[in-house]
Design a protein around this ligand. Structure first.
Ligand code: OFO
Length: 172
């Protein structure tokens, strides 16, 4: 059984994961409108992945005798200035999510909830992966600079970049 404190913290994370999905969906749309087909596909995939993260929390809370809550979400930004700015926003957001996961791990230990602590390890690994991926992409964007040909190739390459998880897929 989840403690009240643990349950409410996990429900807060559901909201964060759902908002992440919306943020990346908005990025997918912005890129698509700009004709960046590959970047847009990457963002659509990323958005789906975040929904999966959300559902995994959802199922876990209900499985442990809690009640997963669907809540109102904040509207994401819809304009991103440039690809570089957009990926910087993505990177910062992932760092924020990692901090939030760390906070959950902290609460799980405080509550002596070792099952939740164990469950959260998947997310700890996933965040390492997501931050590293965002960093790699930003490095590439910095290399390209204002080179239009480079941007074209980047857009083509990123389409095939797998938004994959570092560990087994969630059971949700
Ligand atoms: Fe859910 O990992 Fe990104 O935000």
């Amino acid at each position: 059984m989840l403690s009240e404190k643990m349950q409410s913290a996990l429900n807060k994370q559901i909201k964060i994961e759902a908002e992440s999905s919306q943020i990346y969906l908005a990025m997918a749309s912005w890129s698509e409108v700009k004709g960046l087909e590959g970047v847009s596909q990457f963002m659509y995939n990323q958005s789906d992945e975040e929904r999966m993260h959300m559902l995994k929390f959802f199922k876990y809370i209900n499985e442990r005798g809690g009640h997963a809550i669907v809540s109102e979400l904040s509207a994401p930004a819809i304009e991103f200035g440039s690809i570089k700015e957009m990926f910087e926003t993505l990177f910062k957001h992932e760092v924020f999510v990692s901090q939030s996961i760390n906070e959950l791990v902290h609460i799980a230990l405080e509550e002596k909830d070792y099952a939740t602590h164990n469950f959260l390890q998947w997310y700890v690994a996933e965040q390492i992966e997501e931050e590293a991926q965002a960093r790699t992409i930003l490095d590439k964007i910095n290399l390209i600079g204002d080179d239009k040909g480079g941007l074209y190739l980047f857009d083509n390459d990123i389409k095939n970049l797998q938004v994959d998880s570092s560990v087994a897929p969630p059971t949700a």
